[in-house]
Design a protein around this ligand. Structure first.
Ligand SMILES: *[C@@H]1O[C@H](CO)[C@@H](O)[C@H](O)[C@H]1NC(C)=O
Ligand SMILES: *[C@@H]1O[C@H](CO)[C@@H](O)[C@H](O)[C@H]1NC(C)=O
Length: 285
C-alpha cells in the first residue's frame, strides 16, 4: 500500500487542495436541510437539534490519510444529552472510523471529548478528556493527523491521544479504507451525559453548534490514482516526518493526560476482564 501510494504521488504530482473552505462545495451531503444553516460565502455552517431532528453533513470525497482541522464552537448553556461529532468513516461493512464526539452537560458542568478508533468493524477504544477551556465560548481547532505511522487527535494543536500503527505486533490499524468526513449534532441522551442519567431538556433548545475554517490536506482518489496534496509547510504523509510525536508534543500530550483524562479503555480492566487490548501495552509515541 505504502509503495503504491508513493508511486502514484510521484506519477500524479497533482497539487490541489481538497478543501475549498466552502461548506457548500466540500460538504454537500446534508442530513435534515431545515436544520443546517450556512453563511452566504459558505465559510460557516451551524447545525441545529430540536425535538423534530438532529442534523449533519458530509463530504463526497473520501480521503486516505490526511491532516484535517475543523474549528468548532459547541452548544452553550444546558447541553446535556446532546452529541456534536466530527469524524471520518469508511463505507465498507467492516468499517474503519476515527471519531471525535463532544458530549454535552448540564449548565456549568464540563463538556467531555470522547475519541474512538474503529478498525475493520471493531471499536471499544474510547477515551475521554475534559477540555482546559470553555469550548462553548469560542471556536477551537480540533485536528486529526492520520498517516501510515499513527493517528493523532489534537486540540488547539496539542496532542490529546495517539493510536499508533503497531500492525507488526498484531494490532489492527486503518490503512486501506478511504473515509469521508462528517459533522453532526444529535440526541445521544441514552448514554452521553453521566452514562445517560442527564437527559436532554427540550425546553432549553433548540441546540446549536457551529463549524468553520476547516482544512483538509489529504490523499484523494481521483482519475484512477491516489493524489496526496499538502500545504507548503506540512509533510504529514511522509514516511519519515510525523512518524511520532516531537519532544515538545510529548510534553503537552503528557500534560493533557495527567490533568484532563477522565476515561481510558486501556485502564478499564473490569471491562476487558483483565485482558486489555494489545495496544494498551505498547508505546504511544
Ligand atoms: C489547527 O491545528 C493544526 C494541527 O496542529 C495546525 O496545523 C493548524 O495550523 C491549526 N489551525 C489553526 C487555525 O489554528
Ligand atoms: C458532566 O458533569 C459531571 C459532573 O461534573 C461529570 O461527572 C461528567 O463527567 C460530565 N460529562 C459527561 C459527558 O457526563
Amino acid at each position: 500500500m505504502i509503495w503504491v501510494l508513493t508511486l502514484s504521488l510521484v506519477l500524479a504530482g497533482v497539487a490541489s487542495v481538497i478543501s475549498t473552505g466552502n461548506f457548500y462545495k466540500d460538504f454537500p451531503q446534508i442530513w435534515y436541510p431545515s436544520h443546517v444553516y450556512t453563511s452566504a460565502d459558505g465559510s460557516l455552517r451551524s447545525l441545529k437539534l430540536d425535538q423534530e431532528s438532529g442534523s449533519g453533513c458530509w463530504t463526497n470525497e473520501q480521503v486516505l490519510f490526511g491532516l484535517i482541522d475543523m474549528q468548532i464552537k459547541l452548544v452553550p448553556g444546558y447541553s446535556a444529552g446532546t452529541v456534536v461529532t466530527f469524524y471520518l468513516i469508511s463505507s465498507q461493512t467492516n468499517r474503519d472510523e476515527i471519531d471525535l464526539e463532544f458530549l454535552g452537560n448540564v449548565t456549568g458542568q464540563p463538556y467531555a471529548l470522547q475519541t474512538n478508533v474503529y478498525t475493520d468493524g471493531h471499536a471499544d477504544r474510547e477515551e475521554r478528556v475534559y477540555l482546559w477551556f470553555d469550548p462553548t465560548k469560542d471556536f477551537h481547532n480540533y485536528s486529526v493527523l492520520w498517516n501510515i505511522h499513527q493517528i493523532v487527535f489534537m486540540v488547539d494543536s496539542l496532542p490529546i491521544r495517539t493510536y499508533r500503527n503497531h500492525a507488526d505486533k498484531g494490532v489492527a490499524f486503518p490503512i486501506n479504507q478511504p473515509m469521508s468526513l462528517h459533522i453532526t449534532l444529535w440526541n445521544g441522551d441514552s448514554w452521553a451525559t453521566r452514562g445517560g442519567r442527564d437527559k436532554i431538556d427540550w425546553s432549553k433548545g433548540p441546540f446549536m453548534s457551529s463549524f468553520r475554517n476547516y482544512k483538509i490536506d489529504a490523499c484523494v482518489w481521483r482519475g484512477n490514482t491516489w493524489s496526496c496534496v499538502q500545504s507548503s509547510s506540512t509533510n504529514w504523509w511522509n514516511q519519515n516526518t510525523f512518524s511520532s510525536l516531537t519532544s515538545k508534543q510529548r510534553s503537552s500530550f503528557n500534560w493533557v493526560r495527567k490533568n484532563y483524562l477522565i476515561y481510558d479503555y486501556c485502564q478499564d480492566n473490569q471491562r476487558f476482564q483483565n485482558n486489555l487490548p494489545k495496544e494498551c501495552n505498547l508505546p504511544k509515541y
